[in-house]
Ligand binder design. Structure first.
Ligand SMILES: Cc1ncc(COP(=O)(O)O)c(C=O)c1O
Length: 442
């Protein structure tokens, strides 16, 4: 219906959403049945909240390159990229070979193995703020360890975070925080608010162990940090002996030396995750020698950092292959330039059709927001209509593009310019079909 000579010009947003939902449900009977069956054994049929969306998510049965196939046999071009973890696509040969080789050497070896020191060396070479590094199993764990290390090193308790930030399953600050967050004492500031941040830091300096921040908010909506805001963070944390942590779980892909490298910033600690494990469970954190050295087990006063799978051979081998053979500094530049180009093309279409939307982001990460309001922090897009995000998400799905319900997309290395051309065409088709609906949002 939506593709035939723009018949949806004058219907309401809720009627447009009901229409697209009905077509989505009709197109996905097997995913629907699987969703209902899964709910017998998992709450909401789900084991990872972010993967749920209404009316039910499609079940993915296969991935190859940047293509995904769902249970009902639809083929998608993947622009979710597993929320940035899928940088290498779904079947990079160098990574598959490294995993095969590691597998043939045996699992759960119970000792330092042939891979982890090389991955550590590659990461220290690549990321300027990282003098020493340690591995763990997720980005959440990496952040929890950075915060705990900061508390141990400073002898202080509180943590400063920013409203709307996401640092993991136990560190989520949409609408200020959550009862299932790790029970630290939090001081909550506003992103890109240098004056307010400076005040909060000086008022709480005596109790703040750490400030944790993403140099571009990822889940918060791909909002880049202003230089002045980051300058205040670096200056004030240094002045008060507070540990500055950059969460680069998502953003380290944005430049060869991570976003801190591109911006020329040196935080005290940096957390990593996602793609750096080559598509296998991964987390890491690193930074100043003096801080990371507190985890040295040969020191009598060292703190403990343990985890059975911290150096699991599959992750370590896949991570090494990825950085050594695939995501070279040149490929990092290329991928992010291609993402900048895609974002500019989508924004040009929004201008051309004069609809209340904008695409934020940097390089290979972008997010479509259904509002004209300038966005400098998550509260600026909180009132953008969630139904317009859902409409775009389900329409892109029906047109063969797999993206995040909140409008987020990330590029993967196997994408070609012709994939981008098709996405741009689908986006323009959406703008044409729903011009009348979108105009009502102004
Ligand atoms: C910025 C940021 N930090 C931390 C995390 C948590 O990483 P993980 O899901 O590996 O625990 C995420 C996950 O999306 C993230 O986007």
């Amino acid at each position: 219906m939506a593709n035939s000579a723009h018949p949806l010009q004058n219907i309401s947003l809720s009627a447009a959403l009901a229409d697209v939902e009905a077509r989505y449900i009709a197109a996905n009977p097997k995913s629907k049945a699987r969703f209902e069956a899964a709910a017998h054994n998992m709450p909401g049929g789900n084991t990872r909240t972010i993967l749920h969306y209404d009316p039910f998510p499609v079940v993915i049965v296969r991935g190859e390159g940047v293509r995904l196939t769902d249970l009902d046999g639809h083929l998608y071009t993947d622009y979710l990229g597993e929320y940035t973890a899928g940088l290498y696509g779904h079947s990079e040969p160098a990574i598959a070979a490294a995993i095969q080789e590691a597998l043939s050497g045996g699992l759960v070896l119970g000792g330092p193995n042939a891979y982890e020191a090389r991955l550590a060396e590659l990461m220290c070479e690549r990321f300027p703020a990282v003098e020493l590094v340690r591995f763990c199993n997720s980005g959440t764990e990496a952040n929890l360890m950075c915060l705990s290390l900061a508390r141990a090193a400073t002898g202080r308790d509180a943590i400063m975070v920013f409203n709307g930030a996401y640092h993991g399953g136990f560190l989520a600050f949409a609408n200020g925080g959550s009862r299932v967050n790790a029970p630290f004492e939090y001081v909550v500031g506003e992103y890109n608010d240098p004056e307010g941040t400076q005040q909060l830091i000086s008022q709480n300096a005596g109790k703040l162990a750490a400030v944790i921040v993403e140099p571009m908010m990822g889940a918060g909506g791909c909002i880049p940090a202003d230089r002045e805001f980051l300058d205040v963070l670096r200056r004030e944390t240094e002045r008060h002996g507070i540990v500055l942590i950059f969460d680069e779980v998502m953003t380290s892909r944005l430049a060869p030396g991570g976003l801190h490298g591109a911006l020329g910033f040196t935080p005290d600690l940096v957390s990593f995750g996602k793609y750096l494990g080559g598509g296998v469970t991964f987390g890491a954190f690193g930074g100043r020698r003096e801080l990371m050295g507190l985890l040295d087990p040969t020191r009598k006063d060292g703190f403990m950092h343990s985890g059975t799978y911290n150096n699991n051979v599959l992750t370590m081998a896949a991570g090494v292959a990825g950085l050594e053979k695939v995501f070279t500094p040149a490929r990092a530049e290329e991928l992010n330039a291609s993402g900048d180009g895609l974002r500019q093309r989508l924004n040009a279409l929004i201008d051309k059709h004069n609809v209340p939307m904008q695409v934020l982001g940097r390089g290979s990460m972008l997010c479509v927001h259904p509002t004209r309001k300038p966005i400098r922090r998550p509260s600026d897009h909180a009132s953008a209509p969630a139904d317009a995000r859902r409409l775009l998400h389900l329409e892109l799905n029906l047109r063969g593009f797999y993206t995040a319900p909140r409008g987020f997309m990330s590029l993967s290395l196997p994408h070609t310019e012709s994939d981008h051309d098709r996405l741009v065409a689908a986006f323009e088709g959406f703008l044409e079909d729903y011009a009348g609906v979108l105009a009502q949002l102004d």
